[in-house]
Design a protein around this ligand. Structure first.
Ligand code: HSE
Length: 437
């Protein structure tokens, strides 16, 4: 058998620990698959004196990143530092030294991936990133390799487990956003600073990567339309339910006549759709492609062992390619680097989608007629409408509507006119609706 492949790991937190555990626990199966042993020879971690739930006996521990990245005996670097500054520097430094890199860092790939992949290609090394999108779900491999015969039309996914957990709890318990977020934080499902998850940034990183590998376009995080779940109320979740829909936070990328859509936002999904049945912290991604049709991928999008599952699979893939011609490896972004095309990214005002609208209006003759007149003047056709009785002697009522598909800019104009109607209380709530069919 060939000599073991030596791996240096940057960051021994939850995911790093999971990676050490999986490599040790499944060592035999892994070397049967890879054709040689894969061992972690070095690890960089800030706090070295804490007791770790796995053996570090054969791992040289250091607090200096450069001890690992510059070590000539190491073949592959696993980057688990998080963030984009030091992680970018270390990744580029490792590549410059001819090392392969495996990373779980979606922010790094989404924002600096173009630069990193160019550097890797010039050096003939691989940067593998399965764990960056949906943790343990092998969605990169499924799309990049399993579906390489297909023309992909769209991808829609529940790609942020924290948001999905919060929306699931809000629906099941009728609780409001702030209460469920606090619970999620106390259970460790949401971070102390939950901004990336609840504002759609984490999902936008992932959709950037999915769009690139689906359509052969460069990574363009700055062009993703992002909306999180902070404005979703228990009331909207309940009304959507009455109309036969779930509200999910969806990452969507789609090929259209105008270019490629890249967007993440709360979305009403019909209850009958498989994506609507994905609850709690689980992730799922649905892909529509011409030869295969619709396919759905479901699994754990986070956690030590699921994420380690993807990292170790990448280590095995890289190990298998160590002796192959770099020009014939699977391209980083699924398409050959010289075949990427800079298709336009569709601005959000130009997308076409259906909508859920909720208005709070004075219970007075004629207001609803004015609202429907404005919608009709903007070619917005109503598919369903419900009006709720006033609660506890209140003088206002909630009116909930579903519309057919319309250009977003027409909906924006209509809402601007509805907003200034006398008798309207507050601003209308608007949530996009996708049938994913
Ligand atoms: N914070 C992410 C989520 C997991 O909630 O899905 C890592 O991307």
């Amino acid at each position: 058998m060939l000599d073991p492949v030596k791996v240096g790991i940057l960051g021994l937190g939850t995911v790093g620990g999971g990676t050490v555990h999986v490599l040790q626990h499944n060592a035999q199966e892994i070397s049967r698959r890879a054709g040689r042993d894969i061992v972690i020879s070095h690890a960089c971690a800030k706090v070295l004196n804490k007791s770790l739930p796995y053996s570090t006996d054969n791992i040289l521990l250091t607090e200096q990143l450069s001890d690992v990245v510059n070590n000539p005996d190491i073949d592959i670097i696993v980057e688990l530092l998080g963030g984009t500054t030091i992680a970018r520097e270390m990744t580029l430094q490792a590549i410059a030294q001819g090392k392969h890199v495996v990373t779980a860092n979606k922010a790094l790939i989404a924002t600096h991936g173009n630069e990193i992949f160019t550097a890797a290609q010039n050096k003939g090394v691989t940067v593998a990133f399965e764990a960056a999108v949906c943790g343990g779900m092998p969605i990169i491999k499924a799309i990049r390799e399993g579906m390489s015969a297909n023309k992909i039309e769209w991808i829609a996914g529940i790609i942020n487990g924290t948001s999905n957990f919060i929306l699931t709890e809000m629906r099941e318990k009728g609780s409001d956003f702030a209460k469920v977020l606090a619970e999620a934080q106390s259970l460790g499902y949401a971070e102390k600073d939950p901004t990336f998850d609840i504002e759609g940034i984490d999902a936008a990183h992932k959709v950037t990567i999915l769009g690139a590998i689906a359509f052969g376009i460069p990574l363009q995080f700055d062009k993703v339309y992002k909306e999180g779940i902070t404005q979703i109320t228990a009331e909207d979740i309940q009304y959507a339910d009455e109309l036969g829909y779930k509200i999910k936070h969806i990452g969507l990328t789609k090929r259209t006549q105008k270019g490629i859509e890249l967007r993440v936002h709360p979305t009403l999904i019909p209850n009958a759709q498989l994506l609507a049945k994905v609850e709690g912290v689980m992730n799922a991604v649905m892909v529509e492609s011409d030869a295969l049709g619709q396919s759905l991928y479901y699994g754990a999008g986070a956690g030590a062992l699921p994420t380690a599952s993807s990292i170790v699979a990448d280590l095995i893939d890289v190990t298998r390619t160590l002796t192959t011609d770099p020009g014939n490896r699977v391209p980083h972004l699924a398409f050959q680097a010289n075949a990427l095309v800079d298709l336009p990214i569709v601005p959000i005002e130009e997308i076409e989608t259906a909508y859920y609208l909720r208005l709070s209006v004075l219970d007075k003759l004629g207001i609803l007629a004015q609202v429907t007149n404005i919608l009709s003047a903007h070619d917005i056709s109503i598919e369903a409408i419900i009006q709720k009785e006033p609660i506890d002697g209140s003088k206002h009522v909630s009116v909930v509507m579903l519309t057919h598909k319309v250009l977003e800019k027409q909906m924006i104009q209509a809402i601007q006119e509805i907003e200034i109607l006398e008798g309207l209380i507050g601003s209308p709530t608007r949530i996009r609706l996708e049938r994913c069919a």
